[in-house]
Ligand binder design. Sequence first.
Ligand SMILES: [Zn+2]
Length: 97
Amino acid sequence: MEEIVRAIEDSLEHFYIAINQLKKECETLRMEVQRLEKENKWLREQMPGKSNTPVAYKEGQDALARLYYEGFHICHMQYGNLRTEGDCLFCISLLKK
Ligand SMILES: [Zn+2]
């Protein structure tokens, strides 16, 4: 009988230690979630195009600008052709939109 009680006590002790460990892990996770929530909020605030400009539109414009500065036409007349005579007024008017 005593042995059984001792065995149960041992188990309970292990159980207790395990529960404490879990509590600590919960607390760590809770703090991590809080930190991530703050970080997420901060990142959202840093996102461009929060006002009226949809991000996709802005990215499209950037891609066009990059294409233009790499030496290609982005205007309707000669889209995709190499710019051989320097700046193109049609392209530039598109970039300024
Ligand atoms: Zn052009």
